[in-house]
Design a protein around this ligand. Structure first.
Ligand code: HEC
Ligand code: HEC
Length: 257
């Protein structure tokens, strides 16, 4: 038994060694990391090149074939063999290209009959395609039974609106408090004394100027009975616009009064 183990070990060492030797012996060019297609997509990229790039992304990084079939009826997701032709007829009043872009950025606004809304927004994790990569995928889908109308310069309005939809909560003042972890030291809803004083009624006690100073120059005034541990670098780390938003929000917190 032990002998077999040793043999296996030696064998795998030999194999690893051979690979190392082999990859070191081939010229530099081939040991470059695999090319990132996203970097190749530029405003001057032609429609034909986009289609080629899009096809590669579709079958690899995009993971589209995990769910979609090509040329057979799909159980998990619609067959995309005629995606370009299909897209023109899906939604009345919507062009093929807009329909495809929407399918990728904001898939759940229109759900194909007979399927569940499990199509992921592919610009988000885990697939995380860049705008350029999505553009290429749209070109490839258009080429399947339709006409390719996009080139490297095309921009999709839905890219912005889809992002605005998901990014909104984090942009609001409560999202900012969470982002900068104010709520790990301050009770924002009740009156608990955590590391710092509760802020749920700060607006009833202090004005905007005081609140702002407490955030950007916390060492200047130390709230009585608390240690001076409020981080001093918010003024550097947090954009001025976000500080204003937090100040306005805090000034409005009056403990329900
Ligand atoms: C986890 C499974 C899954 C993955 C991965 C996935 N899709 Fe989908 N897709 C679906 C499902 C389910 C639908 C149908 C429901 C809907 O319309 O939202 C769909 C719908 C679509 C549609 C609309 C089809 C129609 O007939 O109207 C397009 C276009 C599409 N997907 C493209 C893609 C592309 C391109 C990728 C890869 C970048 C991809 N999908 C990755 C599940 C997936
Ligand atoms: C590591 C803990 C900690 C974090 C994180 C923190 N604070 Fe503080 N904060 C304190 C402490 C302790 C005090 C009281 C001492 C002082 O005044 O510096 C305080 C004081 C304050 C005050 C003044 C309160 C009063 O009654 O005078 C405000 C307003 C405030 N913090 C807002 C914030 C905001 C907004 C954030 C996030 C951007 C934040 N704090 C993040 C610990 C923290």
């Amino acid at each position: 038994m032990f002998k077999v183990f040793i043999k296996v070990m030696l064998f795998s060492l030999a194999v690893t060694g051979a690979y190392t030797w082999y990859s070191n012996s081939i010229p530099q060019v081939t040991s470059k990391p695999p090319e990132d297609i996203g970097d190749l997509i530029k405003p001057e990229t032609t429609s034909d090149d986009l289609v080629k790039f899009g096809k590669k992304i579709f079958y690899a990084k995009g993971q589209c074939t995990l769910c979609h079939s090509m040329g057979t009826k799909g159980d998990r997701a619609p067959d995309l063999a005629n995606a370009g032709g299909m897209a023109a007829k899906r939604k009345a009043g919507m062009s093929a290209v807009d329909y495809l872009a929407q399918s990728l950025y904001d898939p759940n606004t229109y759900v194909v009959d007979g399927y569940t809304p499990t199509m992921p927004a592919v610009y988000k994790n885990p697939i995380a395609l860049s705008d350029g990569e999505i553009l290429a995928v749209v070109a490839f889908l258009q080429s399947l039974g339709g006409k390719v109308t996009v080139d490297g310069k095309t921009k999709f309005a839905v890219a912005e609106t889809a992002r605005a939809k998901v990014e909104k909560p984090a942009d609001g003042p409560e999202g900012l408090m969470a982002k900068y972890q104010c709520n790990t030291c301050h009770d924002m809803k009740g009156t608990a004394k955590l590391v710092g004083p509760p802020l749920s009624d700060i607006g009833a006690k202090k004005d905007k100027a005081y609140i702002k100073e407490a955030i950007v120059e916390p060492a200047k005034v130390i709230a009585e009975g608390y240690p001076p541990v409020m981080p001093a670098d918010y003024a550097q780390k947090v954009p001025a616009k976000e500080i204003e938003k937090m100040v306005d929000y805090l000034a409005g917190l009056k403990g329900g009064k």
